[in-house]
Design a protein around this ligand. Structure first.
Ligand code: PLP
Length: 456
């Protein structure tokens, strides 16, 4: 029998460590099972390291308690970390898209911490409908007869297609069979909704007769999809919504449009490129329009469905609706956001997404002047900083070609690559995320309001 390693023998048991007086303050702050698991894992790692020769020093009890404390500190941080978005992508899907207005945050906190009338009508002391919380504002803002809401726009498309055309054909132009962010693909969502895809036209050109030729007694819906994240340019032809609506009317087939970002107001009034406005699509006669809550709208993640009452009523009755419905926190935030749209006299001030998008260049220049000396001081003289013009993007597939002018601080170093510099900024707390363009690390200022945020 080989003699056990002396360092192994010196390791205390889990029980002994739990009883150590230095551990008692920790046990007063954390639950015992959690700390026990942590100690067990730590001892296991140490045993492995001792046997492999990776660990050679003797360990006294205070060393072990210190290891536990260090580990606890790193685990205290929420896995959902706050970051500084200096990427220049305003609606960054991986960073949670839109930031909520303060009014929406307040409403979420209230709905989380007090009982609320989620499905309750106080006057009748009876059951209410959670859609009522947002339907009046949504119909007022879009001109639609009715509205309902679900978990996200992908869910909205799935639910609407399933309701309108399950077991039948959905006619779509080949130029609109889009993929968004890898997992949302029109052909796949269609299949899952039980609708048979009937593609018409070609990638670059689709004509009214292509739709007309495809219509039969199997047709359940004419679907139009906003090509959010790309543009077909050059020799192109697309069938407008009005023409599709006319065709639908003629044959008694509903017309649905997936707008994606879907703006509630015309962004052109703020000098921004024009993205389709929901009310305009409704006015053109679409029976059902779907769009996201957390893209241009600037609210929480949600899928909004507006359109003709007869169709929206059926959508609400679909058993899938229950599986896709919104929770009270999201409804609270969405309702507060929609109320801002209707009531705020200064929407670009109140809604962070619009505040970012409409931010004047001189405001960013002023911020750059404050931030550069602070960053220089933190990085030292080996780095060079310069303020440059650049273009930011709206993101989330909205307006892919249109970029909005922005201001960046370019950070360079004679020996460090842009990736190494980016890494240095990511190590800040909170991590500062910029972007790399032409081998240069850039901090885009469009979404930065406090110069201190950029100090690594
Ligand atoms: C973004 C987008 C979707 C998916 O919306 P989510 O809210 O992310 O689920 C669907 N269709 C289009 C056209 C989009 O742009």
């Amino acid at each position: 029998m080989t003699k056990p390693h002396p360092l192994l023998r010196a390791l205390p048991s889990v029980e002994k460590l739990l009883a150590a007086s230095a551990l008692q303050p920790i046990l007063a702050r954390y639950n015992r099972t959690y700390i026990t698991d942590l100690i067990r894992q730590m001892l296991e790692t140490l045993r492995r390291d001792i046997l492999s020769g990776a660990h050679t020093a003797p360990l006294a009890e205070p060393d072990l308690v210190e290891r536990i404390t260090t580990r606890l500190r790193s685990e205290d941080r929420s896995p959902l970390r706050s970051v500084i978005n200096a990427t220049g992508t305003v609606l960054h899907t991986n960073l949670g898209r839109a930031l909520l207005a303060q009014a929406a945050v307040d409403e979420m906190v209230r709905a989380a911490s007090t009982p609320v009338t989620l499905e309750y009508e106080v006057s009748r002391a009876g059951r209410g409908d959670r859609d009522d919380l947002v339907e009046a504002d949504l119909t007022a803002l879009t001109g639609a007869e009715a509205a309902t809401v679900v978990n996200n726009n992908a869910a909205a498309v799935l639910l609407a297609l399933n309701t309108l055309a399950e077991g039948r054909e959905g006619v779509v132009s080949r130029g609109e069979l889009i993929e968004i962010g890898g997992s949302f693909r029109i052909p796949e969502v269609m299949r899952k909704s039980g609708v048979v895809l009937r593609e018409v036209g070609t990638t670059n050109r689709t004509h009214p007769r292509d739709y007309a030729d495809a219509i039969s007694d199997r047709t359940g819906v004419l679907l139009k999809v906003h090509t959010s994240n790309y543009r077909v340019v050059g020799f192109t032809a697309e069938v407008g919504l009005e023409e599709l609506v006319a065709l639908g009317k003629e044959h008694g087939i509903p017309v649905m449009e997936d707008l994606g970002a879907g703006a509630l107001i015309d962004l052109a009034q703020y000098g921004l490129p024009k993205e389709p406005v929901v009310a305009e699509r409704v006015a053109k006669g679409a029976d059902v329009v779907t769009f996201s809550g957390d893209k241009l709208l600037g609210g929480p993640q949600a899928g909004l469905i507006v359109g003709r009452k007869a169709w929206v009523d059926q959508i609400k009755k679909n058993p899938l609706k229950r599986a896709l419905r919104l929770d009270k926190l999201t409804l609270a935030a969405l309702s507060a956001t929609l109320r801002l749209y209707r009531r705020s006299p200064r929407l670009p001030h109140d809604l962070p997404t619009l505040r970012w998008l409409t931010r004047p260049l001189n405001d960013m220049a002023a911020l750059a002047a404050q931030a550069v000396p602070l960053i220089r001081q933190a990085l030292g003289s080996a780095f060079s900083l310069s303020v440059e013009e650049a273009t930011a993007q709206i993101g989330s597939g909205a307006l892919p070609e249109e970029e909005i002018p922005s201001t960046v601080i370019a950070v360079r170093h004679s020996e460090l690559s842009a990736e190494k510099i980016a890494q240095r900024f990511r190590q800040a707390e909170p991590p500062i995320l910029g972007r790399i363009h032409n081998d240069t690390f850039l901090l885009d200022l469009r979404g930065i309001f406090d110069p201190q945020d950029l100090v690594p």
